[in-house]
Design a protein. Sequence first.
Length: 77
Amino acid sequence: MRIKFLIHYNEEEEKRKLRKAEYEAGMAEGVMKTKKEAVISLAEMGVPLQQITQGVKVEEKTVHKWLNEKKNMKTTY
């Protein structure tokens, strides 16, 4: 017995899916960039780390990473 597979390819649908995925990835990147900027600003204002992580809803290790990146940027100039 033979089984035939019918592959239906819709180029427009695939392009639409790709655009949607790219849009969503861009939005997610923008949200993280905004959160990173907020974390740095709050830290510079002296807000405690625990409040920053709760307020921005980012894991503490990510906050530490961002703050270390900022610190390292200052020392390289």
